[in-house]
Design a protein around this ligand. Structure first.
Ligand code: UDP
Length: 366
């Protein structure tokens, strides 16, 4: 069975690493990696291949920067050529980025069976590009691998055939479990003169938070107040950096004495920062899950989350209306009382193995 695994952006690398490794265990599963090039520089791509021991991609599509529409079209065109060359038995897409939808569309147009890993998540916020990518990819997929119970309910409500839906756990947590021993290096904190347990880690990149000058200015104003009580470590995503430059806000941030600004970090470095933070402020999907697994309080600067288990079971708190008082209130609660957090069912490091077994049953043994 020949599988084409699609990756394009940072969170995809973290998800595909355990899958590729699981497939390699079986001589009758031929796993190939196609990198669309959506994120291509070392900080957003290469370091993840290195640290997560992913072999170099078999195909690099090299899509450049451009609008989502242009990128989608370029990825589809290039991926069509790869499909013709490879004639795979299955295409696997993960997550909710532009590459996910573009390659799903190309696979379906060419009648190649499609699997979506991390299916069924719904924020119910259709202004998020990721939400449309999720809905459309799920509508096309033949096999839908789900991380949490809410995802199953969403897909059944959308009338997806139950035989195609599989609750398997979370491949992102597979990676985290595999790397757990390595995400504890004190030198990483020492390098930035940061004290364990004494800082708030911040990471933001969703268009709704960073694409408007007024909203971004408000976030900086809140961080400036918050940092007077809790030192802030702000890991700045390239998109956020571009907006800070465009809106002339970068100097304001640089001048905040208790805010340490860092460039995008490697997987090991970033998760070490997460693991030792007092709490995390984020709008990232994956970070909500990782903080739940690590039991670190997480404040999510969004109106909704597609990962409700991180709130129901985990350490996540939604904060739609971002102000310093509310941040303090949540921190006060999370650090002194906190909720009874637990790790969601099946987030046990074996999701990729379950996926490999299901695919073998359905596509090889049947
Ligand atoms: N991450 C990282 N370095 C960073 C920021 C994030 O390694 O500087 C990791 C993070 O631990 C998680 C993944 O990147 O595994 C999440 O990516 P991102 O927030 O870009 O995407 P999202 O999950 O929101 O789709």
């Amino acid at each position: 069975m020949k599988i084409l695994n699609v990756v394009g952006a940072r969170p995809n690398f973290v998800k595909i690493a355990p899958l590729h490794r699981a497939f390699l265990r079986y001589p009758d599963m031929h796993s190939r990696i196609v990198h669309t090039g959506q994120h291509h520089d070392f900080a957003m791509s290469g370091i993840f291949f290195e640290q997560l021991c992913i072999p170099p991609p078999d195909h690099f599509l090299g899509v450049g920067l451009g609008s989502v529409t242009t990128q989608t079209a370029e990825i589809m065109r290039a991926f069509e050529t790869v499909i013709r060359e490879e004639t795979p038995d299955l295409v696997i897409v993960v997550g909710d980025v532009t590459s996910t939808l573009a390659c799903a569309l190309a696979a379906v147009q060419m009648r190649i069976p499609l699997a979506h890993v991390e299916a069924g998540l719904r924020s119910r916020d259709r202004t998020m590009p990721e939400e449309m990518n999720r809905i459309l990819t799920d509508a096309m997929a033949d096999e839908l691998f789900v991380t949490e119970a809410a995802g199953m309910e969403n897909l059944l409500r959308e009338s997806v055939d139950p035989a195609r839906i599989h609750l398997v756990g979370n491949v992102m947590i597979d990676s985290l479990r595999m790397m757990r021993e390595r995400i504890d290096d004190p030198a990483i904190l020492a390098q930035w003169e940061i004290t364990a347990g004494q800082y708030l880690l911040v990471t933001l990149h969703r268009p709704a938070n960073v694409d408007h000058a007024c909203g971004l200015r408000n976030i900086l104003a809140v961080l400036s107040v918050v940092s007077k009580r809790w030192p802030v470590v702000f890991v700045v995503h390239p998109r956020t950096h571009s907006r800070l430059m465009e809106f002339g806000l970068i100097q304001e941030l640089e001048c905040m004495r208790s805010v340490t600004m860092l460039p995008p970090q490697g997987y090991i470095q970033f998760l070490t920062l997460v693991r030792h933070a007092a709490a995390v402020l984020t709008d990232s999907g994956g970070v909500q899950e990782e903080t739940t697994f690590l039991k670190i309080p997480c404040i999510t600067l969004r109106n909704s989350t597609e990962r409700p288990v991180t709130i129901a079971c985990g350490t996540n708190y939604l904060l739609p209306d971002f102000n310093a008082q509310k941040v303090w209130n949540i921190l006060e609660f999370a650090l002194h009382k906190g909720k009874e957090a637990s790790i969601p069912p099946l987030w046990d490091g074996l999701a990729a193995d379950r996926i490999a077994n299901i695919l073998r049953e359905k596509y090889i043994n049947s």
